[in-house]
Write a protein that binds this ligand. Structure first.
Ligand code: DX5
Ligand code: ZN
Length: 214
């Protein structure tokens, strides 16, 4: 069964508890929480209080994708809110050595994120410390965008590197994932599929099962 991580950004927020129950019942691997600050990306989403509410609704892993300019300033609020793993963009201008050690010091996991145009080579120095390598297959900011095919060779390159180095890092793909593009990403070597609009625009349980069984 493939690992699926629903991004609740596209769920019916007025009945979020029900949406989360439907995902839990479909045996999702984790939840993907998209945090946007209107600076790093041109959109605004959730803060730590919503993460806290989600933490109270499920026992599964919460991975928080920080699309914000200052992850060094806010990482702790999201860990305190219940995030298990923080996903940080390589494109952020922060002192990564300090940030990674601070995140781990708080008992949380770290993952590195690459935008579609950032090459895999930029992630190499983070790989030993990363539980997850998140490869963006859309330009971050909005759900419902089209999958960018040119990231597929990057997934394959990362897969080869991880296998050759014997690392445990999981490759996660985020953006435009459907039954068609999810299959392409898995074939290229991805381990975890993030999906927002595909899952929440249909029957949640059925859509998750489709992605799990690609
Ligand atoms: C994009 C976010 C994604 C997005 C996925 O900025 O990081 O997680 O919500 O949405 P879909 O699956 O609709 O492309
Ligand atoms: Zn995301």
């Amino acid at each position: 069964m493939n690992k699926v991580s629903p991004s609740i950004i596209s769920s019916k927020l007025e009945t979020l508890g029900n949406e989360i129950s439907a995902c839990d019942n479909a045996d999702v691997f984790s939840y993907h929480l998209d945090v946007m600050d209107g600076h790093f990306v041109p959109n605004l989403t959730m803060g730590p209080d919503l993460v806290k509410a989600i933490r109270r609704s499920t026992e599964r892993t919460l991975e928080t994708h920080l699309m914000i300019e200052r992850p060094d300033k806010y990482y702790k609020s999201f860990i305190d809110a219940g995030s298990d793993i923080l996903l940080i963009h390589e494109e952020c201008l922060v002192d990564f050595r300090k940030l990674i050690s601070d995140i781990k010091g708080e008992g949380a996991g770290f993952g590195i994120v690459l935008n579609p145009d950032t090459p895999f080579s930029k992630a190499e120095r983070f790989m030993e410390d990363s539980q997850i390598l998140l490869i963006m297959s859309v330009h971050p900011g909005f759900s419902g965008q089209k999958f960018i095919d040119y990231v597929l060779p990057k997934i394959a390159e990362a897969r080869k590197y991880i296998d050759e180095q014997g690392l445990k890092t999981k490759i996660e793909i985020d953006g435009g994932i459907t039954d068609i593009t999810g299959k392409k990403a898995l074939d290229a070597g991805a381990d975890i599929l993030v999906s927002a609009s595909y899952i929440f625009s249909g029957n949640i349980g059925e859509r998750i099962k489709i992605l799990q069984n690609l």
